[in-house]
Design a binder for this molecule. Structure first.
Ligand code: MG
Ligand code: ZN
Length: 236
């Protein structure tokens, strides 16, 4: 039994290295196809799918002369069902559902397989909805160009302190369901201080997919990311 801890560490390292190689290949493939990908991570019920739908609408609304809207595509990760993919498809966006059959995160191999069924030539921005989970998605690179973590108001302002690893990976943090602020005791300053304990750079963007408040700043962040990725940079 003395040997088992080191054996376990070795296995984890090799699994992660294989996943990282797959993820780098996905990033190159997407960039070559003109697609910018974002890994959306959050707990179950934080509003990921609702945000994706609102983002698709907001992208179209914020198009301007000389700046065509980013065309949205979606990968939905769930343990089971295609409820979320059906919502996205009903709104007219290309989507593929990954069912992890109980697995609690997406990995690069799953995303690579999903890409084969998406019309990449018709997509500029690919939102990858990870499995609802604040723990292990932080440790699996899925080949996105940026990571976004959602914290919703009903979850409470302590989540960045309780789940620091996932907040440390974020290139942007969204505070969702912000329209509930009048009825919930959520301290945005305390939340942001929690983020800053592990992440000095990521913007913290409060928004409501339902009311539309804050969506403009989020869409502008996505547009800037896409411009940078297509210029050859990975993260904002
Ligand atoms: Mg969902
Ligand atoms: Zn997992």
């Amino acid at each position: 039994m003395i040997d088992s801890p080191s054996a376990e560490v070795t296995l984890n390292v090799s699994l992660t290295a294989a996943n990282d190689a797959d993820a780098d290949a996905i990033r190159r493939r997407l960039q070559a196809a003109g697609v910018t990908a974002v890994n959306l991570m959050a707990s179950p019920g934080a509003g990921k799918t609702t945000l994706i739908l609102a983002t698709g609408r907001a992208l179209a609304a914020q198009a301007a002369p000389g700046r065509p809207p980013l065309r949205l595509g979606v990968i939905e990760g769930d343990l089971a069902t295609r409820i979320d993919a059906d919502r996205i498809a009903a709104a007219g966006f290309p989507v593929v559902q990954i069912n992890t059959d109980g697995g609690c995160h997406l990995d690069a191999a799953m995303v690579a397989a999903a890409l084969n069924t998406l019309p990449l030539a018709e997509i500029d921005l690919l939102l990858i909805e990870n499995v609802g989970n604040l723990v292990c998605p932080a440790h699996f690179d899925v080949g996105a160009h940026a990571a976004v973590v959602l914290g919703s108001l009903p979850e409470g302002d302590d989540k960045p302190r309780k789940y620091p690893a996932i907040y440390a990976t974020a290139d942007a943090v969204l505070v969702t369901k912000f329209d509930l602020a009048p009825v919930l005791d959520f301290d945005l300053t305390a939340f942001e201080q929690g983020v800053r304990l592990v992440n000095g750079d990521a913007p913290v963007l409060p928004l409501s997919a339902r009311s539309g408040a804050g969506m403009e700043a989020w869409v502008e962040w996505l547009q800037a990311l896409a411009a940078r990725v297509q210029d050859g940079d990975r993260a904002p």
